[in-house]
Write a protein that binds this ligand. Structure first.
Ligand code: ATP
Ligand code: MG
Length: 446
C-alpha cells in the first residue's frame, strides 16, 4: 500500500481502463449483492482501490454505502486489512458516537473481473473537500470550523487512545459530513423510492458506457469554461464574481473515513505515509512516526477549513525537491527546526547540513501563522491570535511535544463562540502586506 494522491483528482472519474481483470467491478443500477440483500442505487464515489455505491439494504430497509474493492490480490489484501481495522472500530463503539465511519457488513462478490471484497458502510454525506469547494474556497466561519474540529478530535481520540490506530491519511477528502450538503441527494430526505431491480433498457448500460458519456460531458463543460474564461479576460461578459454561499442550515457534524492506509501503532508497514500536503516533518525526514503525525494532518486540515486553501503546497524547483521545499515552507511558518530534529532522521542528510540549515534553500522569510491569517486571509487580530494559539502547539517540530487529541479537546478555543457570523475583519496595512513579499525570495539551486 502506498500513500494517497492529493485531493486534486477529486472531480475526475475512475477511468474505464481499470474495469478489467484484477480491477474494478462494473456495477449497474439495480445489481444485487450478498444473495440479494443489497441493491445498487447510484455511484457515490471512487478511489484508487474501489468504487463506492449507494445501495439499499433490503433486510434493514436502509440505505448504505457499498465499497467494492478491485479484485487483484494486493487490493484484496488491503481490503482485508481495512476490514480488520473497521471491525475493531465498530466493536469498540457500540453506540456509534465516536465520529468514525461504521462498518455494517462485509462479503465477497464474484464478477467477470474476479472476486471483489465488499464493505458495507453507513451512508454518509459529502466530504469536507466538497464543503470547501461548495463554499467557493472562501474559508468557513470559525464557529463551523470549531464544530468540525470537535468531531475530528473526538474520532482521533477514540482511534489513538482506545484502539491504538494511526489513520495516516487525514485530510478534508477523508472526512465526510454525516448529511449531504444538498438534501435532494439524501435518499431518505428526498423521499427516494428504492430501486429493487435492474431498470429496463439498462441491460447493456454498464459502468463503461456511463463513463464515456460522463467524459464527453466533462469535456464539453471544460470547453465552455475555457470560452467564458477567455471572454472574461477580454473584459466581456462573465466577469461578475459568484456571490457568497451561505452554509446556514448545513449540518457540519462529520466522521473520519477511509481506513485503507491506517495501521496499528505497534504494527506499521509503510515508511512514507500521508498525502503530500498533510505530511508531517518526521515522515519526510524518516525519523519514525506515531499518533502525533495524525495531529499534524489535523492541524493542516483545520487551517484549510478556515482559509479555504491548503496550508502547505510544496513544489520541486530548480535544484531542490518537493520534500526540501516542504521543509522550507514549514520553517517559514513555524521558525527554524531545532537542529536535533533536523539532523535526526534517516533522510536528514539529503536536506540539512550539520548545522541544521537546508542545503539548497536559503534565505527563508518567516511568516508566522497568526500574521498569515491576518495579512493574507483577513482574519481579525483576535480571531487570528486565538486560532493560532490552538494550532501552533500541533505544529511542533518535535512530535512528542504535540498535544494529543484528548488534550486538544480541552482547549479553550474549541469552546469559544464567535459573536457574529461575519466577524469584522481587519484591513491589511502597507506594513503588513510587505511581509507577503516572502514568495519573491530566491531559492538558490546548487
Ligand atoms: P483512496 O484512493 O482514497 O484510498 P478508496 O478506494 O479507499 O480511496 P474511499 O476513499 O474509502 O475509497 O471512498 C471513495 C469515495 O467514495 C469517497 O471519497 C467518497 O466520495 C465516497 N464514499 C466512501 N465512503 C462513503 C460513505 N460511507 N458514504 C458516502 N460516500 C462514501
Ligand atoms: Mg479516500
Amino acid at each position: 500500500m502506498s500513500c494517497s494522491s492529493s485531493s486534486a483528482s477529486e472531480d475526475e472519474d475512475e477511468g474505464i481502463d481499470s474495469y478489467r481483470k484484477g480491477g474494478y467491478h462494473a456495477v449497474r443500477v439495480g445489481d444485487s449483492f450478498a444473495g440479494g440483500r443489497y441493491i445498487a442505487q447510484r455511484k457515490l464515489g471512487w478511489g484508487q482501490f474501489s468504487t463506492v455505491w449507494l445501495a439499499y439494504d433490503t433486510r434493514s430497509s436502509r440505505y448504505v454505502a457499498l465499497k467494492i474493492q478491485k479484485s487483484a490480490p494486493q487490493f484484496a489484501q488491503a481490503a482485508l486489512h481495512e476490514i480488520e481495522i473497521l471491525s475493531a472500530i465498530a466493536d469498540g463503539d457500540a453506540s456509534n458516537s465516536k465520529y468514525v465511519i461504521r462498518l455494517v457488513d462485509h462479503f465477497k462478490h464474484a464478477g467477470p473481473n474476479g472476486q471483489h471484497l465488499c464493505m458495507v458502510l453507513e451512508f454518509l454525506g459529502d466530504s469536507l473537500l466538497r464543503l470547501i469547494k461548495y463554499n467557493r474556497y472562501k474559508g468557513l466561519e470559525l464557529n463551523k470550523v470549531r464544530e468540525i474540529c470537535k468531531c475530528i478530535l473526538t474520532g482521533l481520540d477514540y482511534l489513538h487512545r482506545e484502539l491504538g490506530i494511526i489513520h495516516t491519511d487525514l485530510k478534508p477528502e477523508n472526512i465526510l459530513l454525516c448529511s449531504t450538503i444538498n438534501p435532494s441527494k439524501d435518499p431518505v430526505k428526498s423521499g427516494m423510492t428504492p430501486i429493487l431491480e435492474r431498470p429496463e433498457g439498462n441491460l447493456n448500460g454498464g459502468a463503461a458506457i456511463n463513463l464515456v458519456e460522463k467524459k464527453l460531458k466533462q469535456r464539453a463543460r471544460r470547453a465552455v469554461a475555457r470560452i467564458s474564461e477567455r471572454r472574461a479576460s477580454m473584459g466581456g461578459v462573465g466577469t461578475t464574481p459568484k456571490p457568497d454561499r451561505s452554509l446556514d442550515g448545513i449540518d457540519v457534524r462529520c466522521k473520519v473515513v477511509d481506513f485503507g492506509n491506517a495501521c496499528w501503532s505497534d504494527k506499521q508497514f509503510a515508511e512514507e505515509i500521508q498525502t503530500r500536503q498533510y505530511r508531517a516533518p518526521e515522515v519526510i525526514l524518516r525519523s519514525g512516526y506515531s499518533f502525533s503525525a495524525d495531529m499534524w494532518s489535523f492541524a493542516c486540515t483545520a487551517v484549510e477549513l478556515a482559509t479555504g486553501e491548503m496550508l502547505f503546497t510544496p513544489k520541486e524547483g530548480q535544484g531542490y525537491s518537493d520534500d526540501e521545499d516542504h521543509l522550507a515552507l514549514m520553517m517559514e511558518l513555524l521558525g527554524k527546526m531545532p537542529r536535533k530534529i533536523a539532523t535526526g532522521g534517516a533522510r536528514s542528510k539529503d536536506y540539512f547540513d550539520r548545522y541544521g540549515d537546508l542545503k539548497r534553500i536559503r534565505r527563508l522569510k518567516y511568516w508566522p501563522l497568526d500574521r498569515l491569517l491576518v495579512d493574507k486571509y483577513k482574519f481579525s487580530e483576535t480571531d487570528a491570535k486565538k486560532f493560532a494559539e490552538f494550532l501552533c502547539p500541533l505544529f511542533d517540530f518535535e512530535p512528542e511535544k504535540r498535544p494529543t487529541a484528548q488534550q486538544c479537546l480541552q482547549h479553550p478555543w474549541l469552546n469559544m463562540d464567535n459573536p457574529t457570523k461575519n466577524e469584522v475583519k481587519s484591513e491589511p496595512t502597507i506594513d503588513k502586506v510587505s511581509v507577503g513579499m516572502r514568495n519573491l525570495q530566491i531559492k538558490v539551486g546548487k
